[in-house]
Design a protein around this ligand. Structure first.
Ligand SMILES: [Zn+2]
Length: 267
């Protein structure tokens, strides 16, 4: 499995599918396993990495949001306590998420050696700037709506680290399935967090993690520009095309853009 980063207790893994990122963060005597995914061998790899390096640590699973590609590995870690947004815990239609996993697996004839289940949340994140303390380390959580209605942003100030979920990807334009206005608010919040905690690393959902302020600014400004057009109602085709071509994977990003347009037109 591709490892994007291994540095001082932070390991970022990248799936071959959608370039979805998993991460393991060491915090005192705990580890946080973020969105473990996607293929069975990749999840096995993450598990054996934990066995090899962190067998004495207490495991927590941290889910950034409830999309199927992010919760797909849940059943492989039955001993981990789960941290996720209260909106994920209370999600109305859990079965439809599980059905997406089942249809993904059946499309590719994938068998898993663990049960496919929806996460049972031990530590629901209730409001903005909710926090949990682990040993000497404070972890902050913010609700992050827009892409979907159940996302959270996680900040570890002492490590200058932020986990965004599906925000700030370098390969995917903003995928807005809940609210353009709230997506914009979440991006603005990320700007404030970046500044307030002097964030030096952002772990994102798909593509490459962010390690410089320049890269953060580039992605942040492009995504703000894109989503603002929908909020203001002035959607410029040429700007959309430019942003799509900068992200690459143009065929797929055009499809996402079309879905955003469809969602916009029914709002
Ligand atoms: Zn995703």
């Amino acid at each position: 499995m591709k490892i994007q980063l291994e540095d001082r207790g932070i390991t970022i893994f990248e799936s071959a599918i959608y370039r979805t990122c998993s991460a393991i963060l060491e915090v005192d005597n705990n580890i946080f396993i973020v969105d473990p995914n996607t293929l069975p061998l990749e999840i096995e790899y993450v598990k054996s990495f934990i066995q090899k390096n962190y067998s004495a640590h207490k495991p927590y699973l941290l889910f950034t949001h409830a999309d199927y590609d992010h919760i797909i590995g849940y059943g492989a870690f039955p001993h981990a306590e789960v941290i996720a947004g209260a909106d994920l815990a209370d999600l109305h239609d859990k079965n439809s998420v599980l059905n997406q996993i089942k249809s993904f697996d059946s499309m590719f004839y994938i068998k898993r050696n663990y049960p496919v289940l929806f996460p049972k949340v031990h530590h629901p994140i209730l409001e903005n700037e909710d926090k949990l303390i682990f040993g000497n380390t404070k972890i902050l959580f913010y609700s992050a709506k827009g892409h979907v209605d159940n996302g959270i942003i996680t900040v570890i100030p002492s490590q200058q680290l932020c986990i965004t979920g599906d925000y700030l990807s370098n390969i995917e334009i903003p995928m807005v399935e809940y609210s353009f206005g709230e997506y914009l608010e979440t991006l603005r919040l990320l700007g404030k967090i970046a500044e307030k905690y002097n964030i030096s690393r952002f772990i994102i959902g798909h593509g490459d993690y962010i390690s410089t302020q320049k890269e953060f600014k580039k992605r942040w400004e492009a995504d703000i520009r894109y989503v603002s057009m929908f909020v203001s109602g002035l959607i410029e085709d040429s700007v959309c095309k430019r942003i799509i071509s900068e992200k690459g994977f143009e065929e797929e990003n055009h499809k996402i853009h079309q879905k955003n347009m469809d969602f916009y037109s029914i709002k």
